[in-house]
Ligand binder design. Sequence first.
Ligand SMILES: Cc1cc2nc3c(=O)[nH]c(=O)nc-3n(C[C@H](O)[C@H](O)[C@H](O)COP(=O)(O)OP(=O)(O)OC[C@H]3O[C@@H](n4cnc5c(N)ncnc54)[C@H](O)[C@@H]3O)c2cc1C
Length: 366
Amino acid sequence: MDADFAIVGGGIVGLSVAWGLLRAGQSVVVVDGADDALRASRGNFGLIWVQGKGLNAPHYARWSRRSAALWGDFAQELEDNTGLDLALRQEGGLDLHFSDGSLADCATRYAALRAELGGDYPFEVLTGAALMREEPGIGPKVAGAVLHPEDGHANPLMLLRALSEDVRRLGGRLETGRMVSQLLPPGEGFALGCADGTVFHAGRVVLAAGLGAAALGPQLGFAAPVTPERGQVLITEKLPPLIRRPSLIARQVGEGAVQIGATNERAGLDDRSTRKGMAQLAAEAVAAYPALAQAQLVRSWGALRVMSPDGLPIYQESEAVPGAFLITCHSGITLAAAHARLMPNWILGRDGAPDLEVFGEARFAV
Ligand SMILES: Cc1cc2nc3c(=O)[nH]c(=O)nc-3n(C[C@H](O)[C@H](O)[C@H](O)COP(=O)(O)OP(=O)(O)OC[C@H]3O[C@@H](n4cnc5c(N)ncnc54)[C@H](O)[C@@H]3O)c2cc1C
């Protein structure tokens, strides 16, 4: 047996879970695909974002908030162990609105969510002078913003690097450049057959292969109904301080570059950036923060989100093949702390496990 657990997929989700399982005393091998594989974890926006999550699904709002609350300690532990700076800033985030109607509608929906959550859901609506005080770089086209104090951002590439380094330090095995093509259910354990002929054996298996789960899932009895949604992102040159708090439109990172994004497009597996997508992002960013009109763009890319039919995570142990778990979500940065700190108890069936049944695949059968 190579390990107690084999994790298929070494993106943010697979590595967060691997890290948590190692800390829980399990041995782990992470089998990750080729360099040219689709990897949302290398192309995302880096937000730790609670607002907007679970407006029609309070359990998702609760789960996102739980993860956001764990992020500080999680980042600190990774930074202490690796010496890397995750650039975590969690001082609130803004959802900007360009019309009074859209702002009022949003506030009404948050108020309803707050009521569903028993009054415990912090947010503040900012307009006029109050908004200008909080975010002086905002332009006159912005009607107002919702400030959610639990939101923040981090450097997602540093998170990925810190997790890989710490997984290795904790004794985990990272097998990169290996595409799993066959997942054989347990005899003496699961056998993971790779395209290059390598086979890994493990007591249990976690399928955290992002979009790759759609093809592999059925071998373990999962529907794994995940599909791609493209997001394009722009990066400016380094600029003087302009944006205090991140928004869904832009965030300024420590060195001064502004990251602008991201589009939401159905484009199949095409992860290229397009002139139309970039123009749309740039126009919206300039409408929100007019000083960006003078900024030079230095980079752009596209990446594919891993979307379930309702946009919520899927956490499922296979009914057909016990010991096989499917873990996937479209908010892997936000949920990294929960996946690392809470998910292992659920997988191991230990005390204190979160109740994740609501995130199972049964909901798609209705
Ligand atoms: C433009 C954009 C912006 C985003 N912004 C945010 C944000 O601000 N905040 C947030 O929380 N989330 C954000 N996300 C989402 C976040 O990036 C994803 O939820 C997260 O990266 C998913 O991680 P993953 O590990 O499931 O998938 P991936 O990163 O796609 O990794 C999957 C891994 O599985 C491997 N794999 C696939 N098939 C196989 C196989 N057969 N054998 C072996 N390995 C395999 C691949 O090699 C890959 O490394 C964004 C995504 C995009 C695209």
